[in-house]
Design a protein. Structure first.
Length: 338
């Protein structure tokens, strides 16, 4: 069975992935911004004891037992946050399964961040699994909960359901037709966040954007998902309309995506940034049926294994920036030729 990030999903030509995250804190402990290192270790030990009873093939791993490349590879897969990777080496842990579609961050911004990830647009299914895990956890540990406000969290914007639902969307046609700004403004006006690849403060890479809910208090999980899906469906519709506009200038579009494909497969050295931009055009060309030499599986493999840390994990080598750029070009040739 392929890991979720290598599979094809619903609306996969536009929606790369879905993530559901539930923020939870344990009753009797200070929030992460006020707790002690001793508190952090007690929380990890508590989770270590209950993980075997939780199921789902979850295994607990302390961040201090992971090397830096492995931690960054998890960030690149959106399994842990960059801040968690950089700052919680001594106090953080994760509970993760082999399929990597479930990852619980322990002692990130909250005591627990329950995450379920899926390829494509799968908001309802991902939410159902997250709630199932959450209810099992609640039977094993006491949550910090208030009858009036709901689940109590370190950040006020997460109080209530503690739910942050997000979808990763690929919007190259909206960028090329100069309509991306209108769409970003429209999404924001509907009380949704739209950000770069790694969330708040991150830059846009390869025309990838992350859309997520802002509101968590005074609204149910089902309403949050419904609203996000409505907005996502509108964004998908606009991106597909933009692709139809691009397709009217057939030669120009084919020239653009095949130039990107030619550079991608013939380069001897490629930076991560250039690779992301080329892959965006190659994915567009593949999804629109222009580039016949590629398929969705190869594109997904390229998206994962050309990223700096996952490239090194793939090769089993530690490389400096120059050697990564050389090896990236070699890996691309290998995957495309498969």
């Amino acid at each position: 069975m392929l890991n979720w990030y290598l599979q094809s999903g619903n609306e996969g030509d536009v929606v790369s992935s879905t993530r559901i995250r539930l923020a939870r804190n344990i009753k009797g402990f200070n929030f992460v911004n006020r707790y002690t290192k001793n508190d952090a270790n007690k929380i990890i030990e508590m989770m270590e004891n209950i993980i075997p009873n939780l199921g789902y093939g979850l295994k607990l791993i302390r961040l201090k037992d992971l090397d830096d490349i492995t931690k960054i590879s998890l960030v690149e897969k959106h399994l842990i946050s960059p801040e968690f990777s950089y700052n919680k080496g001594e106090t953080g842990a994760i509970a993760i399964n082999d399929d990597e579609n479930i990852c619980i961050m322990i002692n990130e911004e909250d005591h627990l961040r329950i995450q379920v990830l899926s390829t494509g647009l799968e908001l309802e299914n991902a939410l159902n699994l997250a709630i199932e895990i959450d209810k099992k956890l609640e039977e094993l540990i006491p949550y910090a909960y208030n009858d009036k406000y709901g689940f109590l969290t370190s950040c006020p914007t997460n109080v209530g359901t503690g739910l942050r639902a997000s979808v990763m969307v690929h919007l190259p046609a909206l960028s090329k037709t100069k309509n991306i700004r209108k769409v970003l403004e429209a999404v924001n006006s509907f009380d949704m966040n739209i950000r770069g690849l790694y969330g708040e403060g991150s830059i846009v890479q390869g025309d990838m954007y992350q859309i997520s809910n802002k509101q968590s208090l005074g609204i149910s999980e089902e309403e949050i998902i419904k609203n996000l899906k409505i907005i996502t469906d509108k964004v998908i519709e606009q991106e597909k309309l933009a692709r139809k506009i691009l397709a009217k200038k057939e030669i120009e579009l084919e020239d653009k995506v095949y130039r990107a494909y030619g550079i991608l497969i013939n380069s001897r050295k490629l930076s991560s940034e250039e690779c992301n931009n080329l892959l965006s055009d190659v994915k567009l060309g593949t999804d629109m049926g222009i580039i016949k030499e590629m398929n969705d599986f190869k594109v997904k493999k390229l998206e994962i294994y050309t990223k700096p840390a996952n490239l090194q994990k793939f090769l089993g080598q530690t490389l400096d920036a120059y050697d990564r750029d050389v090896k990236r070009a070699e890996i691309i040739k290998r995957i495309v030729a498969e």
